[in-house]
Design a protein around this ligand. Structure first.
Ligand code: DX5
Ligand code: ZN
Length: 221
C-alpha cells in the first residue's frame, strides 16, 4: 500500500495543530517532520521540543527527516519526542553503519536518505540495516523546489535492486512532488510520498484527498 506523508514544513506554523489535523482527518498515514540544523542544510527549521509538543495532535506515524550533521548525537531526544521513524542522511554520518544500527537498537524504524547526487551504491551493503530509503528528489533544505528528473532513475534502480535481493524495503521520495508528477514517482517504485507545498498550498484536506485518490487509482491497475 502507498503512503502519504505530508511535510509540515509547508504548513502555516501559527496554526500547526489545525494544519496537522486537516491532513490526519483527510487520511494521510504519516506526518513528515523536517529537522534542519543550519549546517548540513542552510536553514534551521524546528527541533525535538516542537515535535514533542505536537505529538499529542495526532496518532499518525511521526516520520522524522533529520537534515542534521551527525544526527546520532540527538538519538535520546528523538526517541523521547515520540518519533516513529528517523531518517538520517548518509552524507551527514561519519559512521553510517554504526549510526543506523544504534537507531535500530533504540527501537525506532530506520531510514537512510540520499541527496540527489549520492549514488545508491553507497547503501548496497546496508539494505538489511534499514526499513526505508529516502531518495531526495531536490537538494535538501527548502520546500517548494522543482523535482530533479534524474533522481527518479535512482528510485527505479533501487526498486530493482530490492527485487533482485528479495528485500522488502520502503522507498520514500521527498522534494517537488505534485499531483502532476506523483504517478510517475509511484511507477518508478516509490511507495512513501512526501509532499509539502503541494499539500499545504491551498486546502490541505482537499489536496490530501486528491493524492490519496491517485494512490487508489494506481493500486487498482
Ligand atoms: C526539503 C524537505 C522536504 C520539503 C518538501 O528539504 O526535506 O520534506 O518539506 O517540500 P516540497 O514538497 O514543497 O518540495
Ligand atoms: Zn523532508
Amino acid at each position: 500500500m502507498n503512503i502519504l506523508s505530508p511535510s509540515i514544513l509547508g504548513a502555516d506554523f501559527k496554526r500547526l495543530e489545525q494544519q496537522i489535523s486537516e491532513v490526519d482527518r483527510a487520511g494521510a498515514q504519516y506526518i513528515h517532520l523536517d529537522v534542519m540544523d543550519g549546517t548540513f542544510v542552510p536553514c534551521i527549521s524546528f527541533g525535538m521540543q516542537v515535535i514533542s509538543s505536537i505529538r499529542s495532535c495526532t496518532d499518525k506515524v511521526f516520520d522524522v527527516h533529520m537534515m542534521v550533521q551527525e544526527p546520532l548525537r540527538y538519538l535520546p531526544e528523538i526517541v523521547q519526542c515520540g518519533a516513529d521513524i528517523i531518517t538520517v542522511h548518509a552524507e551527514a554520518c561519519t559512521h553510517l553503519d554504526y549510526t543506523l544500527r544504534e537507531i535500530r537498537k533504540a527501537g525506532l524504524k530506520v531510514g537512510v536518505a540520499l541527496n540527489p547526487t549520492t549514488p545508491i551504491l553507497m547503501i548496497h551493503d546496508l539494505l538489511d540495516c534499514v526499513d526505508m530509503v529516502l531518495i531526495m528528489t531536490v537538494n535538501p533544505g527548502f520546500g517548494g523546489q522543482e523535482m530533479i528528473p534524474y533522481t527518479l532513475n535512482k528510485v527505479r534502480a533501487l526498486r530493482k535492486l530490492c527485487k533482485n535481493r528479495g528485500v522488502d524495503l520502503d522507498i520514500q521520495i521527498d522534494g517537488g512532488v505534485t499531483l502532476a508528477n506523483v504517478r510517475l514517482c509511484l511507477e518508478a517504485g516509490a511507495n512513501i510520498i512526501v509532499a509539502g507545498s503541494a499539500i499545504y498550498r491551498g486546502d490541505a484536506a482537499a489536496n490530501t484527498r486528491k493524492f490519496l485518490k491517485v494512490f487508489e487509482e494506481f493500486e487498482k491497475k
